[in-house]
Design a protein around this ligand. Structure first.
Ligand code: NDP
Length: 236
């Protein structure tokens, strides 16, 4: 078993974030989630935070630190899509997705790094997407935001790697959540045909990998992109 840690999962009130928080609780860690609405799974501390607002992120960390101690594992999971074809994509469609998915992760990780540097220990896990490296029609904004997380994790690895801190990217393929439920049936069927596993995954299948990359056993893995995509991205 891994050393019990203080873990923060952003967007832990539903979908993949909820499953990740559940898995950390199951493994005996102290778990906080951020949510804009609703709450995390049983056994977690829920704090309100909007990742597009640095003051809100800072306040969430202060509340978590007071209850559970400094955050040792941070999972930047909160994310949105605003899909539309490039010609129709407004500046706002592009900027909102980057601000939430990429800059939001930066805000959270920057705040978490303070305590990690002091402790000379940290696990940073960024939830990207197969689309970050594979691309997706109608997803120029989303795919750019998710690809950006790879450079972000690798720069953190170079900056903080000698301080006991790892930064990795987990890149899910198609997972059964509200986000994919929004896709038209025909699109879902097309995707299933191109996924070697022939199916979408459950959020728990992503959660298990996230918990492992944050565990004591994974201390020598950093700057990696770990696909959980049924073979769709062929390792990328
Ligand atoms: P959901 O749409 O089910 O949940 C999104 C989560 O992000 C919610 O908890 C939501 O909070 C939170 N969130 C969104 N915007 C903000 C914000 N500004 N501040 C704080 N929290 C916010 O998504 P999934 O569970 O499907 O996705 C989770 C992550 O996994 C995302 O980063 C997504 O891009 C990624 N992913 C998902 C895949 C999939 O197939 N589902 C595939 C690959 C990657 P609230 O409910 O309060 O709005």
């Amino acid at each position: 078993m891994s050393t019990p840690r203080t873990v923060l999962v952003t967007g832990g009130n539903r979908g993949i974030g909820f499953a990740i928080a559940e898995e950390f609780v199951r493994q005996g860690h102290r778990v906080a989630v951020t949510a804009r609405s609703g709450a995390g799974p049983e056994g977690t501390l829920t704090v309100q935070a909007d990742v597009t607002d640095s003051a809100s992120v800072d306040a969430a960390f202060t509340a978590i630190e007071a209850e559970l101690g400094p955050v040792e594992v941070v999972v930047a999971n909160a994310g949105i899509t605003r899909d539309t074809l490039l010609m129709r994509m407004s500046d706002e469609d592009f900027e909102t997705v980057i601000d939430t998915n990429l800059t939001g992760s930066f805000r959270v990780v920057k705040r978490a790094s303070k305590g990690m540097l002091k402790a000379r220990f940290g696990r940073i896990v960024l939830i990207s997407s197969v689309v970050g490296l594979y691309g997706g029609p109608g997803q120029a904004n989303y795919s750019a935001s998710k690809a950006g997380l790879v450079g972000f994790a690798r720069s953190i690895t170079r900056e903080l790697g000698a301080r006991g801190i790892t930064a990795n990217v987990v890149a899910p393929g198609f997972i059964e959540t509200d986000m994919t439920a929004e896709l038209p049936e025909a699109t879902q069927a097309d995707y299933k045909k191109s996924i070697p596993a022939g199916r979408f995954a459950t959020p728990t299948e992503v959660a298990k990998v996230v918990a492992w990359i944050a565990s004591d056993d994974a201390g020598y893995i950093s700057g990696a992109v770990i696909p959980v995509d049924g073979g769709l991205g062929m390792g990328h």
